[in-house]
Design a protein around this ligand. Sequence first.
Ligand SMILES: [Zn+2]
Ligand SMILES: [Zn+2]
Length: 126
Amino acid sequence: MNCPKCHANLDKVQVFNVHFHRCSGCKGIWCGDNEFNLLENLKDAEMFDIGEPLVGKAFDLASVGKCPQCQQQTLATKSVTGHEYLRAEHCHSCASWFLDAGELSECRNHGFLAQTKAVMSRWLAA
Ligand SMILES: [Zn+2]
Ligand SMILES: [Zn+2]
């Protein structure tokens, strides 16, 4: 299976009991819905997300083709619920996610900020 962004090989990785794939090139993370939920809520995101954030940023808007796992459809770019600033690629057919290097850590680091902003915007809109 190859990376949807840089086309390097996606390596199988296991950290603790979480199984996912990490790109051998850009270090982006490929995982399923369940793993994504686990990763998103882990405190030690940096242990999983070992890539260089600048590389991830460079690939953030790179065009993507069909899902590397099921080949059923073109990956859709969507904001991660609760982290609107975070763009991830998602396959609806096989419920998989691709996160650029650094995005998972950013998700953790800015989670509190994003929640605060969301509450503030709701409050301002009321
Ligand atoms: Zn890659
Ligand atoms: Zn798929």
